[in-house]
Design a protein around this ligand. Structure first.
Ligand code: TXE
Length: 502
């Protein structure tokens, strides 16, 4: 491969003349690893060096069609398995993933630029947990019966059919497994299209699924861009369901495309989540929690608390302590176990985040921390996508920087006078995914939480997840709920059978 660019339309990349050993990732269709029908490739670039680290098939509608055909033919056999049998398959996948969990963490850190410690504790651990959790859920799943005086209603749950699963780059295997596990558990077959920016762990999952011997066609993987492979999947006439996680603008395109044949649809989109810090909060516990909520995964989590609302009586004290904690975060080499913040996923994404920092100046914001490349980044990482954790104050709560999703290590600070004003600011955005409230008074915390227009709110914690609970947003943050029984319900059709018995 050496020094030639693939010219596949992706961002110009740095090609290492010695990269002849970089892997070519493959599609997995009907139990076979294959290249794209077009035989074209995309470059997968390292977020920390800008160098090519792999090539992925630039798949198109022919590859999607082959995968959907395979998934359709595998459906009757897979759907006929008992729930217990399918749960056993999920456990086998979880076991095999567990054996390779360090590899999952290493690949995820390499592909996304996130710190290795985070990739181990969150990405690898949660991907395994997702398979185990849905194995357990489907084993315990008890369909309902409803008695009438002269009849009994039996609700049965049928698979929806062929499930198209489209996932983003911020939590690649974590989010893919969150969809694959319940889809398979309920008897659907799958065509997965991971982000072209972070394809590595999806390929590892395909390898594992092949190793454990899941019947051919039950799980299929097609790599490629959203515009080619992704839109071919959402518009395919023989796909019955789409579960999508990604940006809000893309979500709107996916919804329009999926509507053509009334596919069942779940959209998990962006967020602009408020973190509300009340004057009575225990600041020793609150500061680390608010820092984590703002900056985990370089702020590239849809749940991140990127707008921090602080009761005005403690504003100065909070900001002083918060800035100390933010400036103390080690940024740099993701493979260093002490690193807290790594690189952003791509140069395009860094450019988008930087454009908001520039905009914040035009909107009257003051940068209190960050806003630039961190100091001390080693020479070999000079072409990486680096940004120091950035804190901005002085912006109107209605400004674009305070209401649009930036999706990077950037938070804005806003004082509030009372609960009413806190809620008005929290709800002054088109997004409605999550939020958190920090107070010693749990009654007050619950009351404020109830007033926030989002799908999830934490009080005195953030991203503390019980997988049984509903996950999803309102307004422009998405449609539908996944998690626990909500996932089992989304990945199935409930059918009522009424037995009349006079
Ligand atoms: O995501 P996209 P991008 C937000 C964040 C970010 C913005 C854009 O604000 O800046 O979205 O990020 C596939 N039909 N989030 O551009 O485009 C694509 O190939 C079908 C929030 O990376 O939404 C990838 O597999 N599929 C988010 C997936 O959609 C299409 C996480 C997500 O890509 C497609 C990531 C199309 N027309 C970004 N176009 C979250 N909710 O966590 C693209 N794709």
């Amino acid at each position: 491969m050496g020094d030639e660019c693939c010219n596949s339309g992706c961002k110009p990349c740095l090609l290492d003349p010695d990269d002849g050993d970089i892997p070519d990732l493959l599609n997995y269709i009907d139990g076979e690893f294959t290249t794209a029908a077009s035989e074209e490739w995309l470059n997968d670039l390292s977020p920390v060096t800008g160098m090519r680290i792999a090539r992925v098939p630039n798949s198109n509608e022919d590859d999607i069609d082959a995968a959907v055909t395979a998934a359709r033919s595998a459906l009757p056999e897979w759907a006929a398995f008992s729930r217990e049998e399918r749960a056993t398959w999920l456990d086998k996948i979880a076991d095999a993933l567990e054996v390779r969990s360090e590899e999952v963490a290493q690949l995820e850190s390499l592909d996304t630029g996130k710190p290795i410690t985070l990739a181990r504790s969150v990405d690898a651990a949660r991907s395994i947990a997702n398979f185990r959790f849905f194995a357990e859920q489907v084993r315990e799943f008890t369909p309902e019966t409803f008695e009438m005086t002269n009849a009994t209603n039996h609700v049965i749950y049928k698979p929806v059919g062929v499930a198209g699963l489209i996932t983003p780059w911020n939590l690649p295997l974590y989010l893919l497994s969150w969809k694959v596990a319940p889809a398979l558990a309920m008897g659907n077959t799958v065509v997965a299209k991971p982000s072209e920016l972070t394809p590595m762990t999806a390929s590892l999952l395909a390898e594992i699924i092949d190793d454990v011997g899941l019947p051919a066609g039950v799980f299929n993987l097609v790599h490629g861009t959203g515009i080619n492979a992704g839109s071919a999947l959402t518009s395919h006439h023989d796909v019955d369901l789409i579960s999508f996680t990604g940006g809000t603008a893309t979500g709107a395109a996916v919804a329009a495309s999926a509507a053509s044949n009334f596919k069942k649809l779940s959209l998990e989109l962006g967020g602009k989540n408020a973190t509300i810090v009340c004057a009575d909060a225990d600041l020793d516990a609150t500061i680390p929690g608010v820092v984590r909520a703002g900056f985990l995964n370089q702020g590239q989590v849809c749940l991140c608390g990127s707008r921090i609302l602080i009761e005005e009586s403690i504003y100065d004290e909070f900001v002083g302590k918060f800035l100390t904690a933010v400036n103390d975060m080690p940024v740099g080499d993701p493979s260093d176990p002490d690193t807290t913040l790594g690189a952003l996923v791509s140069s395009d994404h860094l450019e988008k985040v930087m454009s908001y920092i520039t905009l914040s100046q035009e909107e009257g914001g003051r940068i209190l921390a960050g806003g630039n490349k961190p100091e001390g980044i080693p020479e070999q990482f000079a072409n990486g996508n680096w940004l120091s954790p950035t804190v901005i104050e002085g912006l109107s709560p209605e400004s674009r920087c305070a209401t649009e999703e930036i999706f990077g290590p950037v938070v804005t600070l806003h004082p509030f006078a009372d609960e009413e004003e806190a809620l008005a600011i929290a709800n002054a955005t088109d997004y409605g995914l999550a939020g958190s409230v920090w107070t010693r008074d749990l009654e007050k915390g619950k009351r404020i939480a109830e007033g926030i227009d989002t799908g999830m709110v934490w009080v005195n914690t953030w991203l503390h997840r019980d997988l049984r609970t509903p996950f999803g947003g309102v307004k422009h943050s998405g449609v539908g709920r996944e998690g626990g029984r909500w996932s089992l319900s989304f990945y199935s059709h409930a059918v009522n059978i009424c037995l009349y018995d006079e």
